[in-house]
Design a protein around this ligand. Structure first.
Ligand SMILES: [Zn+2]
Ligand SMILES: [Zn+2]
Length: 140
């Protein structure tokens, strides 16, 4: 169930601020090596949002973009904070790192994905479903 609320996202230095109408859904922990590098830790918690619901409220010239293969990882050019992931396979959807969002009440992660890539220093301490790679029909 998507949360019908408006969410606000900011990078560390607040050069990039955005809102998301309609909230996020499909929240998951990703253990893949790309997310590990992008986030600087593992797992990375992501929620899905509709691309059309993203509204950047600051200038776009602070948004850096890097193609990591399956999509474009967007980040703040000033402070380096991750901002969102633009899927190439599912261009109508974005993945948002939960830590970018400023709202206190966000839906909890529902699953772990790419656990086969999880580093030895990462332990899972919950009973959520675990997928060794990528479950079908769910964009990252
Ligand atoms: Zn920033
Ligand atoms: Zn990942």
């Amino acid at each position: 169930m998507p949360h019908q609320q408006q969410l606000q996202g900011t990078c560390l230095c607040k050069s990039v601020c955005f809102t998301l109408d309609g909230g996020i859904s499909g929240v998951r922990y990703c253990h893949c090596s790309n997310c590990r590098k992008f986030a600087g830790t593992s797992p990375a918690a992501w929620g899905m949002a509709e691309t059309a619901k993203l509204n950047v409220t600051t200038a776009n010239n602070k948004i850096g973009k890097f193609n990591s293969g399956r999509g474009i990882r967007c980040f703040c050019l000033n402070c380096g904070s991750p901002l969102w992931f633009e899927s190439i396979e599912y261009p109508h959807m974005l993945a948002i790192p939960l830590g970018v969002l400023d709202n206190d009440r966000l839906p909890a992660p529902e699953q772990h994905i790419w656990t086969q890539s999880s580093p030895s220093w990462c332990s899972i301490h919950d009973q959520l479903p675990r997928h060794p790679n990528y479950p079908e029909k769910t964009p990252e």
